[in-house]
Ligand binder design. Structure first.
Ligand code: SF4
Ligand code: SF4
Length: 393
């Protein structure tokens, strides 16, 4: 006799509303399936997306997230912040091909015991139809792709001339440029010929936060068209002072478009997920992508934390999935699309696609241009009552 599949549902709920609604369902004898495991948190604003990923990692077949209705938050705005995050988190999962039918969001108040009962019943039934959640097995031939080192030529003479002028006029103390074997830190006008005519895909803004570079004094950096936006974000996040860093622009603006992303999104979700599983299987967790990103400046990355372990640090399929979701989401409204991470990845994973998905969601949903205005509020740090979504029950 074949066994009936009993889905495992993890419900992350707010202490002040949905948890009480679930409690009320129990005390008023409203029956709901025993498949749900309730995890109570102080506020929906505290339900980190890593918890959702972790639940699937350790065996959930579907996840329900539920908090107070808009306007009812015990802490006034926690649920508005949560809604913002979910609005950006979903497009990221969509590009990964994650089956969105396994992720449910609801507003359920303390008085809505019946809504809790009905929601759980629906989630259990829908998940029963879907079957167990499984991360796709990566293809066995996906190892060792690699890529040619990136090199673009630009007019080095003009950049050298501008660097010389800045140093002679004592406008800056150091010019950071591309040298023959990596970045060069030029402090004397007579050394500007160390700037070569090849840029290697690095975004030199990534060096500005290093204490050795800070100790050199006022800096100028060579910037490709997308790189300069990093200075705007760093200023917005109080990592550099307004106008503190000068730029020497190089290269022509490219034609940024979303055609690669759209081509990927045209695939059925299961194919997308399988494709990413193959891509992520190549990730060795060398963290070169993190190292070269100007926006990855945390002293201790969440990927390195071991109390508790948020992300499995070894390059396992589920650990890599969690790492890439986390990395892309932490860059929501911050990634400037410089492409440095793509160029740095030794196994050639097209990280750009994940960044683009979030970038487009930020632009379309919140009309936010990441690299435009250092005074603009970060889209993930704020909220608006009018934030529009159609996925919360
Ligand atoms: S994540 Fe964005 S900002 Fe960071 S290196 Fe990659 S493209 Fe540049
Ligand atoms: S650079 Fe590539 S291989 Fe290294 S951690 Fe990033 S995605 Fe993985």
């Amino acid at each position: 006799m074949s066994e009936v599949f009993e889905p495992r549902i993890v419900a992350f709920v707010c202490n002040w509303c949905t948890y009480l609604g679930a409690d009320l369902a129990g005390t008023t004898r409203l029956e709901y399936p025993a498949n749900v495991r309730i995890v109570r948190l102080p506020c929906s604003g505290r339900i980190d997306f890593n918890l959702l990923i972790k639940a699937f990692e350790i065996g959930a077949d579907a996840v329900l997230v539920s908090g107070c209705h808009p306007g009812d938050c015990h802490y006034n705005t926690g649920n508005y912040h949560a809604r913002r995050r979910w609005m950006l988190f979903r497009p990221l999962l969509e590009v990964l091909g994650f089956d969105m039918r396994r992720l449910h969001f609801a507003w359920i108040s303390a008085a809505e015991s019946r809504k809790f009962q009905q929601t759980v019943k629906q989630v259990v039934e829908e998940t029963r139809q879907l079957g167990p959640y499984q991360y796709p097995a990566p293809p066995t031939d996906s190892y060792g792709a690699g890529r040619e080192p990136h090199k673009n030529h630009f007019d080095a003479a003009a950049a050298q001339q501008r660097a010389r002028e800045m140093l002679e006029a004592k406008e800056v103390d150091v010019v950071i440029g591309y040298g023959s074997s990596g970045p060069v830190f030029i402090r004397r006008p007579e050394d500007v010929d160390q700037i070569t005519c090849e840029e290697t895909g690095l975004n030199l803004a990534a060096y500005l936060g290093r204490k050795e570079v800070r100790a050199m004094g006022r800096a100028a950096i060579l910037t490709k068209p997308m790189d300069a936006g990093a200075l705007v974000v760093l200023e917005r996040e109080s990592q550099i002072e307004s106008g503190a860093v000068k730029t020497i622009p190089i290269g022509e603006p490219g034609k940024g478009d979303f055609s690669d992303l759209d081509a990927l999104l045209a695939l059925p979700p299961a194919e997308r997920m399988a494709w990413w599983a193959g891509e992520f299987a190549r990730c060795t967790r060398c963290y070169a992508c993190r190292q070269v990103c100007p926006m990855c400046y945390c002293e201790r990355c969440i990927a390195d934390k071991n109390r508790p372990v948020v992300i499995d640090t070894s390059p396992t399929p589920v650990g890599n999935f969690a790492w890439h979701v986390t990395r892309a989401f932490h860059l929501a409204g911050r990634c400037v699309g410089c492409g440095a991470c793509n160029h740095a990845c030794p196994v050639g994973i097209d990280l750009r696609l994940l960044n683009m998905a979030v970038h487009r969601a930020v632009a379309e949903q919140f009309d936010f241009n990441v690299g435009a205005d250092p005074k603009a509020e970060s889209p993930i740090g704020c909220w608006a009552p009018a934030d529009h979504e159609e996925f919360i029950r």
